[in-house]
Design a protein around this ligand. Structure first.
Ligand code: ZN
Length: 152
């Protein structure tokens, strides 16, 4: 583990201990709950969508530090973006976690710190949980379908 990894680990711990946008919304446009049974992670994600943008993001959950820190990082990365941009951010994150894209801080913000998790295949689903929940939430809001509310 080099200096960069230490920095990234600090960032993950900081988001885990001080989760950004944690909680629930009074009147969300869409709410989804996703689980990662491999680790026992659980996450409820709520969005307020206004004028085609993610106006507010809230998340509440239980699980390992990676899953919960990732939700905090995700919420900061997509707040204020259009739905299309948010989906592009999700896709970039997914590609990074599979080693198919370089970390891009303009898109991902602090979530670039999760790149190292890609080296631990059993933890990738932990890191992806909140991002897949976001994708489900946006796609169900756009299409009017019921959220999957399922395992990611
Ligand atoms: Zn986990």
């Amino acid at each position: 583990m080099g200096g960069l990894d230490d920095l990234y680990q600090q960032l993950i711990l900081d988001h885990y201990r001080n989760r950004r946008n944690q909680g629930r919304l009074p009147d969300p446009t869409v709410a989804v709950t996703h689980n990662n049974p491999l680790c026992g992670d659980q996450l409820t994600l709520e969005l307020l969508i206004e004028d085609g943008r993610v106006a507010e993001v809230r998340h509440e959950g239980d699980g390992c530090s990676i899953s919960q820190a990732a939700a905090s990082m995700m919420s900061e990365a997509v707040a204020g973006r259009t739905l299309q941009e948010a989906l592009e951010v999700v896709e970039h994150f997914r590609l990074m976690m599979h080693g198919d894209a370089e970390p891009d801080e303009d898109l991902l913000g602090d979530a670039v710190a999760l790149e190292g998790v890609a080296r631990y295949p059993v933890r990738i689903k932990c890191a992806l949980l909140s991002w897949m929940a976001l994708k489900d939430a946006i796609q169900s809001a756009e299409s009017g379908r019921t959220p999957l509310n399922t395992q990611s």
